[in-house]
Design a protein around this ligand. Structure first.
Ligand code: 13P
Length: 252
């Protein structure tokens, strides 16, 4: 059975003390009301080690939001997968549309990052999704298929067990405009089919596929009720503990 996951992506928000407080707030709520899913906090690099120490590892896993495409060395300002792993974080988000759009991350660069993350025993939350223009042209399926193929299909089935996919239509991110549950289900089922064609039904059935894009407590239940939507990757609504818990609760 594939994992149900609710993962926060704080993006570039929160000072160190604010982030640690938020993690403690989420931890406190989950201590009182146990989650029915895996809960992950995706934080900026500087928060990782402190957040890992501030939460109960049985209740909350910690993720970076990025890692370098190089192993180590003279790459000023970069943070390697090994460094992320050394903080106690277990996951890394790769391929977020903001990284692709603002920092020029191509499928080829992402492939390198995925390989380094897996080599360092991190699990990868790999983001895919089309922009509005592509959706309007009916090209969303071919866009996400190419993103998956180009960055991930060199992996073995065994390696693929460490990949979580996050379908995040770019037009839904931070816009308040969520994909309908029918739109989400349709493309999640398509993505699972792409995985099945490459790796077989078992791998496809075992792969968690998250939805992201203006997901909040008021729409999470309906989205997560879709058979191929296994949880969410949450931006804005992960920045306040009660809002984030409202989404986690959708699985109760
Ligand atoms: P919002 O939930 O703010 O739309 O962001 C989604 C996202 O980009 C998560 O990675």
């Amino acid at each position: 059975m594939r994992k149900k996951i609710v993962a926060g992506n704080w993006k570039m928000n929160n000072t160190l003390s604010e982030g640690v407080q938020l993690a403690k707030d989420v931890n406190k709520i989950l201590t009182e009301k146990a989650p029915n899913c895996t809960v992950i906090l995706g934080t900026p690099f500087i928060h990782l080690a402190d957040v890992v120490r501030s939460v109960d590892n049985k209740l909350i896993k910690v993720s970076a939001e990025n890692c370098a495409d190089k192993e180590k060395g003279a790459y000023t300002g970069e943070v390697s997968a090994a460094m992320v792993k050394s903080t106690g974080a277990e996951y890394v988000i790769l391929g977020h549309s903001e990284r692709r759009a603002y920092y020029g991350e191509t499928d080829a660069i992402l492939k390198e990052k995925v390989d380094l993350a897996l080599a360092n025993n991190l699990k990868v939350i790999f983001c895919i999704g089309e922009v509005l223009e592509q959706r309007e042209a009916g090209k969303q399926n071919e866009v996400v298929k190419a993103q998956v193929e180009n960055a991930l299909f060199h992996l073995s089935a065994e390696q693929f067990a460490n990949i979580v996919l996050a379908y995040e239509p770019v037009w839904a991110i931070g816009t308040g405009k969520t994909a309908t549950s029918a739109q989400a289900q349709e493309i999640h089922a398509f993505i699972r089919g792409v995985l099945a064609a490459k790796y077989g039904k078992q791998v496809a059935d075992d792969t968690t596929i998250l939805y992201g894009g203006s997901c909040k407590a008021s729409n999470a239940k309906e989205l997560f009720a879709q058979p191929d939507v296994d949880g969410g990757l949450i931006g804005g609504a992960s920045l306040k503990a009660p809002d984030f818990y409202g989404i986690i609760e959708a699985f109760n």
